[in-house]
Design a protein around this ligand. Structure first.
Ligand SMILES: Nc1nc2c(ncn2[C@@H]2O[C@H](COP(=O)(O)OP(=O)(O)OP(=O)(O)O)[C@@H](O)[C@H]2O)c(=O)[nH]1
Length: 330
């Protein structure tokens, strides 16, 4: 085991809803160069941990064969990092050398960073690493125009990772790159689809080498209030159903919903128990874009109910629930 650094870097992986944070996190976890990383996520189900890679599971903590520890965040983020630290001190978990936090897609990164800085215990054992922000090449420009959270996530980044270039037109990509560099000219920009993209490099040369990141974050806040944009009337809700879902009815319903309200269905994701199918199907939609459904290897837990999580901007949630049940449930 290598020595534990005096100050363990805490890296933040952020990016707007559906922009590819979890997909990137999976690539980071698979990289042997990043063994000895502790990852804080909201839910294990989210990253669909491959059971072959998991060594042990202990409550909220999973040890991966790669040597990474993966923990879910319960309650306060500062508490979660403190608990990691205490467990490392007691030798209860693998002695990680860096932390990666995956934030939710609507998170404002500034309070996350300041929470860590404000905590007296954390200040003595941790320091800021990089802020890595994913930006979706298909929806990114529109999100930057509409949602202040998205612009703040870009403004605070040390590394910008543009995802889904394989699905986007070249002209739009040029405009997106220009916009990103106007908001944040200092951040290194990489494309997730590039053949030579090495995820581990996102965590190299971290930001502490370049001054205190919180300075630039607060500067952005004070100097550019007009950049904050429309903050949205976001509502998040989950539709859970016990009965199997009719695949054809579901497809029809989702197509109609997104045709009519795609701009305001900011994110839909979930796991479906399809009538006649053993394995669950994962669904991802980001505004008008629906990603190809994925047949998962198995159910992540004993809960076999279909669950769809929605984040909508100013839409009637009851209407979505009712129409889903009317179309997709036999
Ligand atoms: N074609 C393509 N699909 C991608 C790429 N990156 C992510 N996706 C897909 O985009 C969808 C959303 O990706 P996630 O990684 O779940 O996005 P996220 O930012 O973690 O989503 P939230 O946690 O809900 O905010 C999934 O269907 C991914 O497979 C990419 O570079 N190319």
């Amino acid at each position: 085991m290598a020595d534990i650094p005096q100050f363990t870097p805490v890296n933040l992986l952020t990016g707007f809803l559906g922009s590819g944070k979890t997909t990137l996190l999976k690539r980071l976890l698979a990289d042997p160069a990043l063994a000895e990383t502790a990852v804080l996520i909201n839910e294990f189900g989210e990253i669909g941990l491959d059971h072959d890679l998991v060594e042990t599971v202990d409550g909220d903590t999973v040890l991966l064969q790669s040597g990474c520890v993966c923990c879910t965040i319960r309650g306060d983020l500062a508490d979660a990092v403190r608990t990691l630290h205490e467990r490392r001190e007691r030798g209860e978990i693998a002695p990680f050398r860096r932390v990666v936090i995956e934030s939710t897609g609507l998170a404002d990164p500034f309070p996350i960073l300041s929470t860590l800085k404000a905590d007296p215990v954390l200040r003595h054992h941790f320091r800021h690493g990089n802020v890595i922000t994913t930006v979706d090449a298909v929806n990114g420009l529109a999100q930057l125009d509409t949602y202040g959270e998205s612009a703040r996530q870009v403004a605070i980044a040390d590394r910008l990772v543009v995802t889904k270039t394989d699905m986007a037109e070249a002209a739009g990509q040029g405009n997106l790159a220009a916009r990103l560099s106007a908001i944040n000219p200092d951040a290194a920009l990489v494309l997730a689809a590039d053949a030579d993209f090495a995820p581990a490099r996102l965590l190299d040369d971290d930001a502490s080498q370049r001054g205190d990141i919180l300075q630039s974050a607060s500067g952005f806040y004070c100097e550019s209030p007009e950049e904050t944009g429309h903050s949205g009337d976001f509502r998040s809700f989950v539709v859970t159903v016990d009965r199997p879902v009719d695949w054809t009815g579901f497809g029809l319903w989702l197509t109609m919903l997104l045709n009519r309200h795609g701009a305001r269905v900011i994110r839909v994701k979930g796991i479906l128990n399809i009538a006649g199918e053993e394995r669950p199907v994962a669904i991802h939609g980001v505004q008008h874009l629906v990603h190809p459904p994925v047949h998962m290897a198995g159910w992540p837990s004993d809960d076999r109910r279909s669950r769809l999580v929605f984040i909508v901007d100013g839409l009637d949630t009851a209407l979505i629930r009712r129409s889903f049940e009317a179309f997709a449930i036999k």
